[in-house]
Write a protein of this length. Structure first.
Length: 250
């Protein structure tokens, strides 16, 4: 089974203009990491219908992509995500979900206010995601694209629910080895260019008053491959006489 790649789509002009701070990225990162699932990207975009549709469409084309989308599924004029999802992933039309409509009718006291019923207009064949906060559902398509409110108190429990229901025991342990060397990042470029497949190598340079330091991190789902590749960096540093220490360093 190919490993899933998880993406977050965080929708809200108020995040981009500074009226609110995002809290979804850190939450999704931590929720995935503790389960051994791969967080491959995060996008923060404003409330423009075509942009939302284009972002969803793009993520859908990425290999083994799973989408968590936050925001834009309410009933106000600036909530465009339902229509955008229908355009990107279905026939462009919205259909009344009878279960959701009944839930809304139970919750609203002012029966003359029909605006909340818009939330029950969903893309074709949408499935509902429970919302333990106030009962107003999110929705999913193909058990792959998950659309939730922008409010963290609603959406974060929904993410936990989704991960436990659909992706439990799907995580894979990643083996990671790290060192910090007293040298410039450029020392490692040739060696990094020789990195084999199934190995992730990253470098993090830092500058201190006493000179440069570079942290090298080698990771793989295969423990033996990770160790073997990491040992190449140790051998390289030993041959060069460059001082290093295991771990991230200071």
């Amino acid at each position: 089974m190919n490993r899933e790649n998880f993406y977050a789509l965080i929708i809200g002009t108020e995040l981009l203009n500074g009226r609110r701070d995002d809290s979804h990225f850190n939450f999704v990162r931590d929720a995935l990491n503790k389960r051994g699932l791969k967080f491959s990207g995060s996008f923060i975009i404003d409330d423009r219908p075509q942009l939302i549709a284009s972002a969803i469409s793009y993520i859908s084309t990425l290999p083994n992509s799973i989408l968590f989308s936050f925001g834009g599924i309410g009933s106000t004029p600036d909530d465009h995500t339902r229509e955008a999802a229908a355009k990107a992933l279905r026939d462009g039309k919205l259909y009344t979900n009878k279960k959701f409509k009944s839930k809304i009718e139970e919750k609203i006291k002012d029966t003359s206010n029909k605006h909340p019923l818009k939330m029950a207009e969903l893309p074709k064949d949408a499935n509902l995601i429970p919302n333990s906060f106030n009962g107003m559902y999110g929705f999913s398509l193909d058990n792959r694209f998950f659309f939730m409110p922008g409010f963290p108190e609603m959406s974060h429990p929904m993410v936990e629910y989704i991960l436990d229901k659909h992706f439990s025991n799907r995580g894979k342990k990643e083996y990671r080895y790290t060192l910090t060397a007293l040298c410039k990042e450029s020392e490692f470029i040739d060696l990094m260019n020789q990195t084999p497949k199934n190995i992730d190598v990253s470098s993090l340079p830092k500058i201190y008053n006493d000179g440069p330091r570079t942290t090298i991190s080698v990771a793989s789902l295969d423990e033996k491959l990770a160790k073997k590749e990491f040992e190449k960096y140790i051998e390289f540093l030993d041959e060069k006489g460059i001082t290093y220490g295991l771990g991230e360093g200071e």
